[in-house]
Design a protein around this ligand. Structure first.
Ligand SMILES: CC(C)(COP(=O)(O)OP(=O)(O)OC[C@H]1O[C@@H](n2cnc3c(N)ncnc32)[C@H](O)[C@@H]1OP(=O)(O)O)[C@@H](O)C(=O)NCCC(=O)NCCS
Length: 169
C-alpha cells in the first residue's frame, strides 16, 4: 500500500464528495459538500499554500486513488497553545480500517517538521469518535485533557467537548 499526500485541484472535487458519508458529516464537516463548492474550497487551499498562510489541506492517495483528506491549521485558537498545530482528517469509507489515517497523520507531521511549522501537532477529537481516538493513539499522540470548545457546539447549543492529543514535532 502506497499512501501519498498531494495538493487537491478542482478535478478531484467529484471523488472527494463521493467519499463523504454520515461519519464524515458527523465528526468532520457538519454537512455534505457539492462539487462546485468543493472545487472553490480547493482553490482557497491552493491560495493559502501559495501565500503561506492559514489552513493547508491535502488529498490522501492510496495506490494512486484519492481516498481521503488531511489538513493543518497553524492559527486555531480553541483550547490549544499558539505553537500547537491542529490536524483534521477523513478517509473515504472504502479505504477505512487499513491504517490510512495513521499514515496520513505521520506524513503531515513530516510536512510540519520540514516546513518548521509549530512545535506540536494537535488532534482535537470528540471522545465518542473512537476510530479517530485510535488514530491519535496509534500515531503516537499523548492524551492531554478534555475541554469545552469555545467555537463548536452540539445541536442542543452546549459546547462540544474535545479530547486533546499532542505530539512533539
Ligand atoms: C477516523 C478515520 C479518519 C479513521 O481512518 P482509518 O484510515 O480507517 O483509520 P485506521 O485504519 O487507522 O483505523 C482506526 C480505527 O478505526 C476503526 N475502524 C476500523 N475499520 C473501520 C471501518 N471499516 N470503518 C470505520 N472505522 C473503522 C477502528 O477502531 C480502528 O482502530 P483499530 O485498528 O485499533 O481497531 C475514519 O474513520 C473517518 O474518516 N471518520 C470520519 C471523519 C472523522 O472522524 N475524522 C476525524 C475527526 S477528529
Amino acid at each position: 500500500m502506497t499512501i501519498e499526500l498531494k495538493p487537491l485541484t478542482a478535478a478531484d472535487a467529484e471523488a472527494h464528495c463521493a467519499g463523504e458519508d454520515e461519519l464524515t458529516v458527523r465528526w468532520l464537516t457538519g454537512g455534505y459538500g457539492d462539487v462546485e463548492g468543493t472545487a472553490g474550497y480547493f482553490e482557497e487551499l491552493a491560495a493559502n499554500a501559495a501565500a503561506g498562510v492559514g489552513k493547508r489541506g491535502l488529498g490522501i492517495w492510496k495506490d494512486g486513488r484519492l481516498c481521503g483528506y488531511v489538513d493543518y491549521t497553524p492559527d486555531l485558537a480553541d483550547g490549544i497553545e499558539p505553537d500547537d498545530v491542529a490536524l483534521a482528517y477523513g478517509v473515504h469509507p472504502w479505504a477505512r480500517g487499513q491504517g490510512v489515517a495513521v499514515e496520513a497523520v505521520r506524513l503531515i507531521c513530516d510536512v510540519l517538521r520540514a516546513d518548521v511549522v509549530g512545535k506540536r501537532a494537535a488532534i482535537r477529537v470528540e471522545p465518542e469518535n473512537t476510530a479517530s481516538v485510535r488514530v491519535a493513539q496509534k500515531a503516537g499522540f499523548r492524551y492531554v485533557r478534555d475541554y469545552p470548545s469555545s467555537r463548536d457546539t452540539q445541536p442542543d447549543g452546549t459546547p462540544t467537548i474535545f479530547s486533546l492529543y499532542l505530539l512533539d514535532l
